[in-house]
Design a protein around this ligand. Sequence first.
Ligand code: PLP
Length: 377
Amino acid sequence: MASHSFHARLDALQRNRERQGSERTFKTRTSGICFSDNDYLGLSRHEQVIASAQQALRDYGTGARAARLLSGPCPEHHRLEENLAQWKKTERALLFSSGYLTPLGVVPTLVSPGDTVLMERQAHACLFDGARLSGARIRLFDRKNMPELKKNLVSTRKLAPESRILIIAESLHSMDGDFAPLREIIDLKKESGAWLLLDEAHAGGICGPAGAGLAAELDLIQHVEIQMGTMGKALGSSGGFVAATEKIIHLLMNEARTFLFGTALAPASVQAAQTSLTILRSPEGDLLRKKLAENITNFRSAFSPSVSGPIQPVFLGSNQLATKASDQLHSLGLDVPAIRTPTIPKGTARLRISLSARHSDKEIQQLGQALMALPKE
Ligand SMILES: Cc1ncc(COP(=O)(O)O)c(C=O)c1O
């Protein structure tokens, strides 16, 4: 009997996905020009980054072999944490084995039932999952709607004057491509005694001095309690991290379950991220960011401008239209993914174009022309 009800659920979910046009499959074809990854500076293919990962493979082997606190001294992990902390201008940093697993460990360590997480309605799935795991009450605000954030903060404070409030926001949004109104969020945060976890997954490497992110660009680092980042995007490797005070990091390394109970990041990934970080903070990093900025400007003049960062959404509405447009671009040798529900809200299906410093002027022109030729529906 029980087995039948499992099958019924599998079938119902499948039918539902088919009805909504949200069925996912692995790609079997690759097209010529990739506008779908988050390698904003092209560092995953940088010769020095690759060579350093190869060296780490030889020195330390393929895997970290155990969780960090079990596996003995990890000089490479410590060195990267020290450099991430310096880059983010904080006291310490802590690595996690993916960006996704970072808030799943961090949020439940900071808040618990009785507290409130006040988060963007549009936040990434891992931020929602971390908030849910914490058991704290979750309240939502629109990422651009500061009166709504203020209203939520005031009413939460009234309801539970002594409770902790953690605001969670993405600095550069992963799907909408816009920057958060960070100054306003911080002003409101200060008024209410809340803390802020700022996910800089997509901004890290691409904005601010030495690519340190939006908080660094706006000189607001000292007002962000937890800066979160990933090495899987502009740093061209994999893994996640948080940067914060000594006291917060000490707490996390003792209590964050996704840090404590998972195998540590592979040394080759750590070393690749370390080399990328060194490049990001060098004059070469400035040149790469300049090239990315030029590509964004060229794209915005070849096609209709929307947001100012490297993630450019082209809104099409339905899942079906977005899939059709993505297929059409694919047939022209352009890899541009369709982003559909449930990743984004219903009616906002889109193409997500990810621009990188590695794209040539010609490739950007080609993309702009192909987008202009899409049927207007
Ligand atoms: C905003 C945001 N945060 C966190 C993550 C998770 O990071 P990672 O892909 O490194 O696991 C992503 C992934 O796309 C993201 O877009």
